[in-house]
Design a protein around this ligand. Structure first.
Ligand code: MN3
Length: 241
């Protein structure tokens, strides 16, 4: 997270541009009951593949969104098959109710459904140029971590030190407090009743083409494109839920 932006605080006027029909605003493929001819779908990006340059390169975006994320969507749909009880559920509902998913496909839903949900959030919380950290989420970060700086250090250290493939998260937990932690592989915080509001993909496929083994450089670069306006909206939505 960007230290400069992180240190900025104060009131905000929230742009009401992300009109939502689902709790997190970002899961565009939420199914209406009985209407699911295509299953889960790869969400369209709000920006071009090259729009996050030079921080996140075009080729990585093409492969990451067009191949990796599409692959998670395809495998999720294949795992669900024609089970209408599961096919009627949004990706959020599937992961929040993971214990009710049949054992024979549960791990596939964790991996591919998690991959779908995690990347959908990831794309939506980036924007060319980034957005300033302010508003309710900034106030909550100060309240829950002691200071914006402390929250900043915790998130970055979590992302830097996570071993192997996984994600660093800022979540609203079941007690409506913010938490920062990492998960392995594509495990989603939704599976333990937490609402992710910001996630950073630290799988090597997210940065290896441009940054090779330099995960720290990737994390610093990502700081420049974080859409805190969306994160703040995710936060206020999660607090109402
Ligand atoms: Mn990824």
């Amino acid at each position: 997270m960007n230290r400069r932006k992180f240190l900025t605080s104060g009131s905000t006027l929230l742009a009401g541009i992300f009109v939502a029909k689902n709790p997190l605003n970002v899961f565009a493929d939420h199914h209406e009951s009985g209407d699911h001819p295509h299953g889960h779908e790869l969400p369209k990006l709000r920006y071009d593949y090259d729009a996050l340059e030079p921080h996140i390169d075009k080729r990585t975006m093409e492969i990451h969104h067009g191949k990796h994320h599409q692959g998670y969507v395809n495998k999720l749909n294949a795992a669900i098959g024609d089970d209408h009880r599961l096919a009627d559920q949004s990706i959020e509902d599937l992961l929040q109710g993971i214990d009710k998913v049949p054992m024979k496909i549960r791990q596939a839903v964790i991996n591919s459904g998690g991959g779908h949900a995690n990347h959908t959030l990831f794309w939506s919380t980036m924007i060319p140029g980034g957005r300033e950290l302010k508003g309710k989420v900034a106030e909550a970060l100060q309240a829950d971590f002691g200071s914006i700086n402390a929250a900043y250090e915790k998130f970055n250290n979590t992302a830097k030190t996570h071993f192997g493939s996984g994600w660093a998260w800022l979540v609203v937990d079941d007690k409506k407090k913010l938490q920062i932690y990492s998960t392995k592989n594509q495990d989603s915080p939704l599976m333990k009743g937490h609402t992710p509001i910001l996630g950073l993909d630290v799988w090597e496929h997210a940065y290896y083409l441009k940054y090779q083994n330099r995960r720290t450089d990737y994390i610093s670069a990502w700081d420049n494109v974080v859409n805190w306006t969306q994160v703040n909206l995710n936060y206020t939505t999660a607090m109402k839920g």
